[in-house]
Design a protein around this ligand. Structure first.
Ligand SMILES: [Zn+2]
Length: 368
């Protein structure tokens, strides 16, 4: 409304140069406020034929409330992706329901977090009484739902890694994205680039110049000669040429977020915050923020590509997810992975030295 109460015209303060209101324009938007809590234990059982985790909430099993700092959005995103990796690993022998429960006990309760948090922190909450029964019942969640939510997050995170990779000409992750895990199916978005599309050179003289007949001949040829697959680890067509199409697929897979007012327990102030109800909402919101901080694709991999929030990468040695501390980090902190990093650095150092020496020798060779 460009008029004030007195009917005077008031010029708009909005920046007309952009129609996108980001965090910088509004300020404070994009806060992530949630209330972590952990049940001490869960019982796995059927609830109306749905296999569920039932929280235990009674004397001796009081839920605990980790400080907000110990449960960050990035930490949850990374640990959920690593949980999925472990569940999906063919070599893993621990049943996935056990791994999920273990994750919840170590990190936080996964669903209806704000609702149950309010019940647990209500004044006069009685762990011996009906309150505790309610708080336990409201925390019941389906293991199947958890697996479905986890699969979507995990496969999208892998897709994100693969997309980041192709921007810096590292296509390993993209090539192996479509693989069958133990429970989760990889996304097929890069598969079309592996096929050989070029038209074969065949004899179409029998068509007598009729274009439709020629196309039929080509179609017949292709039916009897299925597309050859290039060797593993290679693309026939450059996926980077289709970057925007791929990026749109990533955006489509990211859920929408509702915004609402929430009290920030750290400041006791009301803030405009994403409405998150599950750990998956938190993880998605964190991932979406990461994606929104991405530089333009042509600027990725440059020395100044140090995104302030840090992005999630997969360790080149063990494959675990981690938050990169700086633009050059490629390995996690595990001793074996650091060893692999040192070995690679040494190899590269020796290679550079060899090239240098070869060039020096070339210079010193007297010209004939
Ligand atoms: Zn590692």
């Amino acid at each position: 409304m460009p008029y004030n109460w007195n009917g005077d015209y008031v010029p708009s303060k909005a920046d007309r140069s952009t129609d996108i209101l980001g965090q910088k324009e509004i300020g404070g938007v994009g806060q992530l406020i949630y209330h972590p809590f952990r049940y001490k234990d869960y019982i796995l059982a059927n609830d109306n034929e749905e296999y569920c985790a039932f929280p235990v909430c009674r004397p001796g099993y009081e839920p605990d409330f980790p400080s907000d700092d110990s449960v960050s959005g990035k930490g949850l995103l990374v640990s959920l992706c690593n949980l999925a990796r472990q569940i999906d690993d063919w070599d893993n022998k621990i049943p996935y329901d056990q791994l999920i429960i273990q994750w919840c006990k170590e990190n936080m309760h996964p669903y209806r977090i704000d609702f149950v948090y309010q019940e647990l922190t209500e004044e006069g909450f009685d762990i011996k009484g009906h309150d505790a029964e309610l708080a336990a019942r409201d925390g019941i969640f389906s293991i199947n739902d958890f697996m479905k939510d986890l699969e979507k997050l995990y496969t999208t995170a892998l897709f994100y890694e693969a997309l980041e990779g192709i921007c810096v000409a590292d296509e390993d992750a993209a090539c192996s994205l479509y693989k069958e895990g133990k429970y989760f199916e990889g996304l097929p978005f890069f598969e079309s680039f592996k096929n050989i599309h070029s038209m074969p050179d065949i004899d179409v003289s029998t068509a007598g110049g009729n274009l439709v007949k020629e196309m039929e001949l080509y179609a017949e040829y292709q039916k009897s000669h299925p597309a050859k697959q290039p060797p593993d680890g290679q693309f026939e067509e450059e996926p980077y040429d289709n970057y925007w199409e791929l990026l749109n697929k990533l955006i489509e897979r990211t859920p929408d977020f509702n915004m609402c007012l929430k009290v920030n327990p750290k400041t006791n102030r009301i803030e405009f915050s994403a409405d998150v109800n599950s750990v998956f909402d938190i993880a998605w919101f964190t991932l979406a923020r990461m994606i929104s901080e991405d530089p333009a694709p042509e600027n990725k991999g440059l020395s100044n590509d140090d995104r302030s929030e840090g992005i999630m990468i997969c360790c080149r040695h063990c494959g675990d997810f981690l938050i990169r501390r700086n633009g050059r980090q490629e390995y996690c902190d595990k001793p074996d992975c650091q060893k692999a990093r040192n070995a690679k650095n040494q190899r590269e150092f020796r290679r550079r030295k060899r090239i240098e020496n070869a060039q020096k020798q070339k210079k010193n060779t007297p010209k004939t």
